[in-house]
Write a protein that binds this ligand. Structure first.
Ligand code: DGL
Length: 268
């Protein structure tokens, strides 16, 4: 498999959220070539239901396979909950999914109350419910779907006040119930971590999955003898199913550096 070391790694999300994961990967594995696919024409995934999301994941996987990827990261909690089990039955390449970081949050919480912010798709999934039940004896877990929040994060210039007001509505009831630790169970939310921190207050610990996913990817690639070993920094290519000029601006805004985005017209 030595020849696979140079092959790219596919990373995808419904939109810009997965950039938080992409950053973690780039920091830990700078030699890897990365392909980022934002399924912007179909965001948000949260309220869309399993079958729709499974179909989108299948289309994106086929695109990545055509591109010759050696591994794929589902940089989306909602897509992982809906589709990773199915994709693992269909594809043999390493697939790294992501789920809300309840385990580290439970270990960090002093009050014994953990709040989870995620999409409705994640919170109502069997996968999440079984994760939650594993920690129920240890901590009290309060979940909160955040309808409308991903849509605001996907905007080029969202009203910061509107975001904070919305966050306040989601977070305050959790704090009232004693939560001292908040899990960001949707990759989009990591992009506004600073605002979540401001609303929650300095006493609340915020936990996400960004670094954990990169480490798991590293472990899986090493086990398959597929880790990139170039001494050069890898190349990152961006793709979107959305409107290319708009996505170019949006991806650049959150990535923080110029990006070149190619448009991919994918059909479900
Ligand atoms: N970023 C995604 C997640 O981690 C989903 C956001 C959405 O499309 O609803 O769940």
């Amino acid at each position: 498999m030595g020849s696979m070391t140079k092959a790219p790694i596919g990373v995808f999300d419904s939109g810009v959220g997965g950039l938080s994961i992409l950053r973690g990967i780039q920091q830990l594995l700078p030699a890897e070539n990365l392909l980022y696919f934002a399924d912007s024409a179909h965001a948000p995934y949260g309220p869309k239901g399993d079958v729709f999301i499974q179909n989108r994941c299948e289309v994106i996987m086929q695109f990545f396979v055509q591109q010759g990827v050696k591994a794929v990261v589902l940089a989306c909690n909602t897509a992982t909950a809906a589709a990773v089990t199915l994709l693992r039955q269909r594809y043999t390449l390493p697939l790294i999914g992501i789920e809300p970081a309840i385990k580290p949050a439970a270990a960090l919480s002093a009050s014994g109350v953990v709040g989870v912010l995620a999409t409705s798709g994640t919170i109502t999934s069997d996968k999440f419910m079984s994760l939650q039940s594993r920690f129920e004896g240890e901590v009290k877990i309060i979940t909160r779907a955040c309808p409308g929040l991903v849509e605001l994060i996907e905007q080029m210039e969202p009203d910061q006040k509107a975001i904070k007001k919305m966050l306040h509505g989601f977070i305050s009831p959790m704090l009232d119930l004693g939560a001292d630790t908040l899990v960001l169970g949707c990759t989009h939310y990591s992009l506004i971590r600073h605002l979540i921190g401001e609303v929650a207050g300095a006493d609340v610990t915020i936990v996400d999955t960004d670094a954990g996913v990169a480490k798991e990817l590293q472990r899986r690639l090493a086990a398959a003898n597929m880790l990139g070993n170039s001494t050069h920094t890898g190349v990152i290519k961006f793709f979107t199913s959305g409107e290319v000029e708009q996505q170019n601006k949006l991806l650049q805004k959150y990535w923080g550096k110029p990006v070149l985005v190619a448009s991919i017209l994918t059909k479900s």
